[in-house]
Design a protein around this ligand. Sequence first.
Ligand SMILES: Cc1cc2nc3c(=O)[nH]c(=O)nc-3n(C[C@H](O)[C@H](O)[C@H](O)COP(=O)(O)O)c2cc1C
Length: 215
Amino acid sequence: MTIQHMRKTYTMGGLSEQDVDSDPMVQFQTWFHEANQPDLPDWFEVNAMTLSTTDAAGRVSSRVVLLKGLDVSGKLMFFTNYQSDKAKQIEANPHVSLCFFWPHLERQVRLNGQAKKTSRQQSQEYFHNRPRESQIGAHASGQSAVIASREILDNGFHEIESQFAGTDVACPEHWGGYEIEPERIEFWQGRTGRLHDRICYRQIAEGWEIVRLAP
Ligand SMILES: Cc1cc2nc3c(=O)[nH]c(=O)nc-3n(C[C@H](O)[C@H](O)[C@H](O)COP(=O)(O)O)c2cc1C
């Protein structure tokens, strides 16, 4: 089949203004839990989201990161290296975009908001819950820097491994979380004839305004 001929018809459901919660993050939690079905294949990561950031000149970069928490006020959290390209871009412009695609439900959720670093305590707490291998990896990888070979990475890993032998791996200063407070959230449900449902929440002075967007 050629790329041109790849096409799916979306028939699983619909979404109306009446169906959704008045609080977008309650709605997000509902959709997240619906997406997180127990019988999903192992390789599928429901919490994977595309994060887009821009540099000071407005050039955009996108990459996948993992959602690692939703706090009570509805902020979305992910963890990374504070010296990475994405961190430098967030420093230049904290406005970011997130996008989840849940193909098994024919759904997409898009969010816009500002990213802020999580507290050092939150970063440390999460870091110490990660597998030891990932903790060592966080020390060994200068994320987004150019490196001469794979060998350099593997040797760095073994060096850090011996450095921390027999002790807990400390959370590096350059590693931690970001939390994003959404200002706009759109819920997209695929429909037939490309007449998809798009219900969008926009932050206004009194709270959230809910609008329908043309597909
Ligand atoms: C499924 C998946 C999950 C990922 N999760 C993370 C993550 O949670 N944090 C992270 O820093 N990078 C994660 N990455 C790697 C990023 O996509 C990216 O390669 C890396 O963060 C460097 O991005 P940057 O150079 O734009 O900063 C993930 C990649 C994939 C494919």
